[in-house]
Design a protein around this ligand. Structure first.
Ligand code: PBG
Length: 325
């Protein structure tokens, strides 16, 4: 027999050999776990489209944080749902706003856990847009001041990282300047630099009560068909001072994660968003897929695509599975 071919199966012949040559790994430190905090008392509301994910009032947040801590998750991303909304989203930058109070609580009781504050207005505005509105226009420059005030109030409350997700032009420059002037030169910005106008955010809008009341977000979030635009967005955020770049959503945009990883030398974060989570949960509940195997494969795929960190609602489950193995 003079067949010529390569024997790739040599390196796959048993579990030990496979683990010897494995290229990508998920670590507990990779996870950033989103938490929804809501104004009010004694609230633990499950999000109907996101099984296992809840809105917590401050007095019940310890239940969630104790679990996060015992599972070894090191970072949480906070979203706030205020009792009242208004045109300007004033709840977002109130010194005693829900995210500010939750941040103080976590930093006091769980000082080792990093608090990442999502900096946006859509949960706080009556119209549900991420900036100031005039008629049917979403205003850019006048939104920057409100976003900067929000970031500064979050930093004052003790947030370790500011993560602006609003997609106004210049938000990184404005927030960096605002943080620096307020004495927070040491607080990094994790920018949602590459954020697409995605239908995968559907369940989140129920969780955070932040659906736009008119129109859509297509004048500020990106067109899912575009790739060059991702480079333009990421380049300007780096020039403006971003310390981390987020690509969002995750699974349908792994090519963009790889592009961003190859082009830039800052940590790249992927956001495995609500709709991706809900699809997995629904299929698993129907017995159509094996949840643990599918989730770990997805998360590993995100690392392989080039993500350093993963924002994911699966973090607690995945942490449990990592501990078991
Ligand atoms: C706020 C924001 C959104 C998400 C994160 N921050 C929603 C949106 O832009 O409409 C989505 C997260 C998810 O779907 O898990 N601007």
């Amino acid at each position: 027999m003079d067949l010529q071919f390569k024997r790739h199966r040599r390196l796959r012949q048993n579990a030990t050999m496979r683990s010897l040559v494995r290229e990508n790994f998920i670590r507990l430190e990779d996870f950033i776990y989103p938490i929804f905090v809501i104004e009010g008392e004694n609230i633990k509301n499950e999000i109907s489209s996101m099984p296992g994910i809840y809105q917590f009032s401050l007095d019940r947040l310890a239940e969630e944080m104790d679990e996060v801590q015992s599972l070894g998750i090191k970072s949480v991303l906070l979203f706030g749902i205020p009792a009242q909304k208004d045109e300007c989203g004033t709840g977002a930058f109130h010194d005693h706003g829900i995210v500010q109070e939750a941040t103080r609580f976590i930093k006091e009781k769980y000082p080792e856990i990093l608090v990442v504050a999502d900096t946006c207005l859509c949960e706080y505005t009556s119209h549900g847009h991420c900036g100031m509105v005039e008629g049917d226009q979403i205003l850019n420059d006048s939104s920057l001041k409100v976003l900067t005030d929000t970031a500064v109030s979050q930093a004052k409350a003790g947030a370790d990282i500011i993560a602006p997700s609003n997609m106004m032009d210049g938000f990184v420059a404005a927030i960096r300047q605002g943080l620096d002037e307020a004495g927070f030169t040491h607080i990094p910005i994790m920018s949602y630099a590459v954020k697409y106008a995605s239908s995968f955010y559907g369940p989140f809008r129920e969780a955070a009560d932040g659906a736009p009341q008119f129109g859509d977000r297509k004048t500020y979030q990106m067109d899912p068909a575009n790739r060059h635009e991702a480079f333009r967005e990421a380049h300007s955020d780096i020039e403006e001072g971003a310390d981390f770049l987020i690509v969002k959503p995750g699974m349908p945009y792994l090519d963009i994660v790889r592009d961003v990883r190859n082009e830039f030398h800052v940590p790249v974060v992927i956001y495995n968003v609500s709709g991706e989570f809900s699809m997995v949960k629904a299929a698993a509940a129907n017995g159509w897929i094996e949840e643990q195997a599918v989730v770990m494969e997805m998360l590993t795929g995100m690392k392989r695509a080039g993500a350093d960190l993963i924002i994911t609602y699966h973090a607690k489950d995945a942490a449990r599975w990592l501990q078991e193995n």
